[in-house]
Every structure is written in C-alpha cells, then in structure tokens.
Design a binder for this molecule. Structure first.
Ligand code: SF4
Length: 384
C-alpha cells in the first residue's frame, strides 16, 4: 500500500511555527503527529510512506499525488482553512483518514466531523511507544522548513480534568533510549535547532513529563549529557523539587503549567487535582532552578464573580511571593462537543452543523465586568 501523510502549512513563512500563541503550540504537534502516523503506517500496515506538504491558505485547488491512503493531520489552528481542500478531495473520491491529536483519541473529532472521515488508526492516537520513528521518510528538502524540533515522547494522560478531551486516556511513554536516540537524529536534521541549541528550539511533547518517575530518571540520565535546552509540560499535582532540579540539569528551560484557574473551589470543580498552594510551591521551585513557566487562565468554565474575586486576590498573592510567570494567557475555554466530563448544567453552544468547534464565550455582563480589571492589568504588564 502507498500512503501519504499530508502536512498542512500555515502562513507563507515555512512549515511549523513557534509562535507566542496557542496556534504556535498546536502547530508544533503537526510534525510529531506526522512522524507517528508515518511510523504506524509503515510498521502496522506495511505501507510505503511519503509526506506531502501543502499550504492551507492556498486558494488554488491542490492536486494530491496518487496514493491508496491519505492521512490528514488535524490541529485546531488548521480546521477552517483545511475545509475547502478536504471537501474537494472527498469529491474526487480520495481515501482520506483523519489523525487525532497526539495525546488522545478521536471522540471529539468524531463529534465535530461526524462520519465524514474515517478516523486514522481506529480513532486512536497513532503514537507508538517502541517502534523506530519514520524520520527517514521526511525528504531532505523539507527539513529546512522546520523551525523547531518537536519530539513526542508520550501519549494519553492519567488525569481527569473535566474539560479535557484527553482526560484518562491511557498514558504511555516512549521508550526513553529510543526517544533520546531519535532526539539526537532530529537535532541533526533540523537546521535551526542545530545552529542554536540555547533557545527554545526543542519541544518535548509529553503531556506531563514528570508523571512517571522511573521514565523521568532514565530520560534525564540520557538527555543531560547532550547539553541541550528544551521546553515541555509539567504536572503540578505530582511535581517535586527533586524532579525539577533533575529536569533543570537535563536542560529543561521552560514549562507550561496546566493551572487554568488560580482559585481552589474552581480547581476542584474542574477536577484539576492541585491547589493554589501547590501551584505556588511549584512556581517557586521552577524559579529557583532557572526554569521559566507560563500558564493560562480560562473563562467560560462556570465561574462566578466571587470566584473571579478570589482568583484576582490569588494573582496578587502570587506577585507578593515574588513569583514571576513568563506569560499568563487568558481566554475562553475551548469547548469540544463530546467531552463526556463536562458537567451537564454548564451552558452549551449549539454548534449545529458547524464543522469546527468554536472558541466560545458565554459570560454574563456581570462576570465579564468582574474579569475586566484583572485582564486589563495583566495586559498592561505585558503578561498576557
Ligand atoms: S492534566 Fe492536562 S492533559 Fe491531563 S486531563 Fe488534565 S488538562 Fe488534560
């Protein structure tokens, strides 16, 4: 079987962006997911695999090279731009399969796209734990377009946050020996990373890099001698100072913390599983060990004006303790239809026939007014 993994580009500047926005993060999934999809096709289906890059912003029809199967990578940032191309390919009778995001399964995609697509790998992430990545399938001429080395080393998540489509998916880490060997190979292929090993040009995709202590020990043991610097995500619930010290030595320089709402009652309602005090403790350790951190504050999660008042007070407490996040992104929670954990009483947007989930904002005027001073101040300080 001949299979082609379609790699969507955005903007004209190149392939995979590393921007200071959500889209930048989602775009970084693309190469990781593409690699895993190609690996899965090669080893599980015995397919001959190729990559096909295309610009989603192109108004011209895009002619696909012949193949038995085309795997489409889906990330939030590409959704709407992809649609005209995809509709055309469907009309042409192309055998398209849609790959879910790197961390989870396809329930949310199924809810959005219905039966339009076959979901790749039965709707599961094509992540593989111990098969060699199909790095060689990427043609040499495409490597210069990569701006970031993105290496996915885990899938799934242990936790059960209410709003998250990846919650309680079986967490699997990639074999650390293989993961680090491949990281070295990727570093040699991606020119920006090879030229600048001190920036944030290496992104290790692992939902929670500190979830499995034994894996973490081995990964850090192997990565530390490489003397590279990288970014990842860290789970507050389980983080310890010893882990953070070890990660700092292994080159971790920036993490995203899944805080979402810096207020205990709301954190409980979201099933986040950590407290504000725990978050402050982890921020302090990160600072001590020279690791930058960022987090998001989410609106549209059922918050009341009292919740926002307590959140605002906690942001002040954070400052008073000398805790200095690199960035606090503020915005409405993405609502994925089909998220089983979202409490029924929360207001829903009827997405009707829309093909793509919208960022939704369903706040009362009172709640909006309560958010305003905090958002204004964070903006003024250049934090958001
Ligand atoms: S810890 Fe992160 S990935 Fe896991 S369920 Fe919660 S939000 Fe989702």
């Amino acid at each position: 079987m001949n299979a082609i993994v379609l790699l969507p580009r955005h903007h004209n500047g190149g392939f995979f962006q590393q921007e200071e926005c959500c889209f930048g993060k989602f775009a970084r999934w693309t190469p990781a997911l593409g690699m895993h999809a190609a690996t899965w096709l090669r080893h599980r289906r015995g397919a001959r695999v190729a990559f096909f890059p295309f610009n989603v912003e192109s108004a011209e029809p895009i002619a696909l090279p012949p193949a038995d199967l085309y795997v489409l990578i889906f990330t939030w940032g590409y959704g709407l731009d992809l649609e005209p191309h995809v509709s055309r390919w469907i009309a042409e009778g192309k055998n398209l399969s849609l790959a879910p995001n790197p961390f989870g399964g396809g329930d949310a995609l199924r809810a959005v796209f219905g039966e339009t697509f076959d979901l790749f790998a039965g709707g599961q992430s094509p992540f593989t734990a111990d098969l060699p990545l199909a790095i060689d399938a990427m043609p040499d001429e495409l490597w210069p377009e990569f701006r970031v080395v993105t290496h996915q080393v885990a899938t799934g998540c242990y936790w059960h946050c209410h709003y998250c489509p990846w919650a309680s998916r079986r967490h699997v880490n990639r074999d650390p020996v293989l993961a680090v060997k491949e990281l070295v190979e990727l570093l040699h292929r991606v020119p920006t990373a090879a030229a600048d090993r001190t920036g944030n040009s290496i992104s290790i995709f692992c939902n929670e890099v500190n979830t499995d202590q034994r894996w973490l020990n081995e990964f850090c043991r192997l990565v530390t001698p490489l003397k590279i610097t990288w970014i990842s995500d860290l789970n507050i619930r389980t983080a310890t100072e010893a882990q953070i010290a070890m990660l700092a030595l292994a080159g971790l320089r920036e993490v995203t913390l899944g805080i979402e709402f810096l207020e205990d009652a709301m954190l409980q309602r979201l099933w986040k599983g950590h407290t504000v005090e725990q978050a402050f403790g982890v921020m302090g350790w990160l600072q001590q060990h020279g690791i930058r951190y960022r987090f998001s504050l989410r609106s549209g999660v059922g918050e009341t004006t009292d919740d926002i008042a307590r959140l605002t007070a906690n942001v002040e407490r954070m400052r008073a303790r000398g805790l200095r996040p690199q960035r606090i992104s503020c915005g409405p929670m993405a609502e994925w239809p089909g998220i089983p954990w979202m409490p029924k009483e929360w207001p829903r947007v009827n997405i009707g026939s829309e093909k793509f989930p919208r960022w939704t904002q369903r706040l009362s005027d009172e709640v909006k007014a309560a958010w305003k001073p905090l958002l204004g101040r964070l903006k003024q300080e250049g934090l958001t």
